[in-house]
Ligand binder design. Sequence first.
Ligand code: AMP
Ligand code: MG
Length: 413
Amino acid sequence: MAQLTDDCFAFGGALLPLAEAQLQIAAIFACVVGAETLPLPRAVGRVLAEAITAPVNLPPFANSAVDGYAFTHADLSQHGETDLPLTGRLAAGQLPAAIPPGHATRIFTGAVLPEGLDTVMMQEDCRVEGGMVMLPAGLKRGSNARPIGEDIAMGQTALHAGRRLMPPDLALLAALGLSSVSVRKPLRVTVFSTGDELVDPPSPLRPGRIYDANRAMLLGLLTRLGAETSDGGILPDRRDATASALREAEGQSHLIFTSGGVSTGEEDHVRGAIADSGEIAFWRVGIKPGRPVALGRIGSTPLLGLPGNPVAALVTFSALGRPLFDRLSGGVYRAPPALFARSGFSYLKKIGRLEYVRVTLDADGVAHRFPKEGAGIITSLTEADALMALPEDLTTLSPGDIAPVIPLGLLHG
Ligand code: AMP
Ligand code: MG
């Protein structure tokens, strides 16, 4: 888009860096929901209310990682083959009898390693003849044996408070013998769209109107985060109507999202409506797409006013809405991990703002710029693979440069 002004200062002041906006969120807000205990399968997606200390060792006993023959490593010759007499047979779930010194035992995956035996050779690598097992040289001590507490030792922190529980976390909790867990109650979140041009699908589209895309996306994002969502509908471009709808939602919600109407135009009324019933913490953040985005509160309820263009709405939800949501729900926000790709294109950007460029990634890990770049291009979100995050101080990206990318799927997780 052609810009006549230096848009870093287009609204009469420097843009707030994203990192500072995120710090403000962490400083202003705290957890607003209580805890409840849920059985593990129902706790997925919820935020852990208390740290979990391992009540037992995992695994609880030393055991074999393979089907094979267990022995004491000191009995193995370092050079030639070692022949050891075989005693006993141990399957998973059975308790071992004592194995005489200098003997090996038949053992299966998951079976308890008998006292004194420390190494297991895979059955494919051994020969058995006449009650003896022939073991080739070269295996390291402890091979194919899983020591007690190797995964996590009793008393260590298994999961930290504030973690959003994913299916592998449930595996860990169950493996430690827990059947239920204390998690945060869901956050109640109301989502509004704003704009006289918006129509709810599937109503007929009259001239000059477009369908509301953002509400479905935002409600979907929040549902995936385990929120109890309320659909606030579409607000007209009027300050009084916007203010009264926001006030009504305030009492029923822990958090309110709006999209659209947050810029400086005469038809943008969200900031005015926030000012009427609360206050604004910031509304100029140095990210593109995404500026402006307004953080404030209505009464005591936090509100994030996202931009109207769907790409900008998703980017700001991920960069600011997610940290805010996590903070209020007792979660610890973690920025998507830095992955890196090689740029296949050149790009010039303004200093002082973080830019997210939509890219596709080819099989060689080279990032190609998505050809349509408008912040309203929804197919750029459905067809691109990632956002390339170009930092504030960068002005020139050249082909071959390595840059951080955030897979789009991580924005929805
Ligand atoms: P605004 O921030 O209200 O000026 O909106 C910026 C652009 O995003 C305009 O082209 C709007 O029509 C569009 N827009 C705003 N809200 C939505 C929405 N909910 N769904 C799709 N487009 C929207
Ligand atoms: Mg609008």
